[in-house]
Design a protein around this ligand. Structure first.
Ligand code: AMP
Ligand code: GLY
Length: 420
């Protein structure tokens, strides 16, 4: 098969790596890809938000299947666009991608189908929102409705902070805002539960916990994710039944009752308290860096699974996992998530040996004049799978020390809740 993966992050490199192992693969393209994907696929420098260009390329090169990595093209309707051209594509359509594209869309489903989630209010004016906040219990959570690259969520400790959040959102910090969401603050521990769906059947695609804050001990600014581990230690069969029966099934029922169906990954972001799940968010794709953490544990052919989703026969597949503990540490450019330098060379990467249980997935990198340059905030993902999380973390840290990239920094405490 000829496959194209859209995206340029660590998630897409991890997917490309898994797919490159498939006996079914004839040719792999990454659009646009990164330095890492260029070693296992052909990178094609196109803008994934320019659907016409993508469509033309896919038709010209007779690509059999397109896999969409990130959320923006999904929310903007790339699946609908390609399906109209009779192109096979893995990912949810525009309507159901609203599960990530609009937090209010999701909350309304939660309300109608009785899905456990934080209590909330939808406000369509600054004055109404502030009026409500004046007598609200703190901390409280203020959220922009649409996609905001993880930045549209404010956890507010006091009235002043919450008012500022409301002002910023209505002043258009994340695009034109006609309404916003105010939510009760949920206590507990976060866990991500992944689902693979072919529109008729769904299956669990493992669990993970990530570390969103930039600083050790989970302090400081929010980032795209500084590291993750899989599986989560919170999952157990009782909790899984609740997640499926109280959250996943009612959501797919809601989608079916809208006359829609869901194909692709569904990322179920949860808060777990006393073994009870509460929905925090849906994402309509794999997580990053959760994907880099989960895929090395997969003991089935990834391409076959993706294909079975597009062909609606996921029920025939058995998803197998290695019984190991996976941990990913993200090496970032100094300054991230604020400003950082670009085009800084990463030397000696070719000298780091990736044994069978060690993986380096690239994120913000490119190749120029045979040199690997860092061009993004999150640069490299060091993943290790082993018998326990501590060994996996030590091994990932060793590789980062071996590389000794002077412009980089990373969190040494990934997995601290279960290791230290
Ligand atoms: P979201 O984009 O909705 O997932 O929010 C980003 C992050 O903010 C989540 O991963 C949580 O860490 C945090 N968060 C969001 N909503 C809540 C809530 N109601 N209570 C506590 N933390 C929350
Ligand atoms: N790591 C969080 C996300 O992918 O949304």
């Amino acid at each position: 098969m000829k496959i194209a993966i859209l995206g340029n992050g660590g998630r897409e490199h991890a997917m490309a790596y898994e797919i490159s192992k498939s006996p079914k693969l004839k040719k792999l393209y990454c659009i646009p890809g990164n330095a890492g994907t260029s070693f296992i696929a052909e990178n094609i420098n196109l803008d994934i938000n320019d659907f016409n260009e993508i469509g033309k390329f896919v038709e010209k090169f007779n690509i059999d299947l397109v896999i969409v990595g990130p959320e923006k093209p999904l929310v903007d309707g790339i699946v609908d666009f390609l399906v109209k051209k009779n192109i096979k594509v893995f990912g949810p359509n525009k309507k159901v991608s609203q599960l990530e594209g609009s937090k209010i869309f999701t909350k309304k489903i939660c309300e109608k189908y009785n899905i456990p989630t934080a209590k909330f209010g939808i406000f369509n004016s600054q004055s109404k929102a502030i009026n409500f906040l004046e007598s609200a219990k703190m901390p409280i959570v203020v959220k922009a409705d649409g996609l905001a690259a993880g930045k549209g969520v404010y956890i507010c400790e006091n009235l002043e902070g919450s008012k500022k959040a409301v002002e910023e959102i209505f002043n258009g910090k994340f695009g034109i805002a006609k309404q916003l969401l105010i939510e009760e603050f949920l206590e507990g521990e976060e866990m991500s539960y992944f689902v693979l769906s072919d529109s008729k059947t769904f299956k669990n695609f493992n669990t993970a916990q990530d570390h969103k804050r930039v600083g050790e001990g989970d302090v400081g600014k929010n980032t795209g994710g500084m590291g993750a581990y899989s599986p989560s230690n919170l999952i157990n069969s009782e909790l899984e039944k609740k997640i499926i029966n109280q959250i996943v099934k009612p959501t797919f029922k809601a989608i079916n009752e809208m006359g829609e169906s869901y194909t692709g990954f569904l990322y179920v972001g949860l808060m777990i308290k006393n073994n009870e799940p509460y929905l925090v968010e849906f994402n309509v794709r794999m997580g990053d860096p959760e994907c880099q953490t989960i895929l090395p544990l997969l003991n089935s052919d990834f391409l076959t699974l993706i294909q079975s989703c597009c062909d609606k026969n996921l029920d025939k597949q058995n998803i197998k996992w290695h019984n190991k503990k996976s941990l990913c540490i993200v090496l970032c450019s100094k300054g991230y998530p604020d400003d950082y330098k670009k085009d800084i060379e990463i030397q000696n990467l070719d000298k780091i040996i990736e044994y069978r249980n060690n993986f380096i997935f690239h994120a913000g990198t490119k190749i120029s004049d045979n040199k690997i340059l860092a061009i993004g905030g999150r640069v490299l993902n060091f993943v290790c799978i082993s018998k326990d999380f501590k060994s996996s973390r030590n091994s990932a840290k060793e590789k980062i020390s071996d590389l000794n990239w002077k412009n980089g920094f990373y969190r040494k405490d990934i997995g601290h809740k279960i290791i230290d």
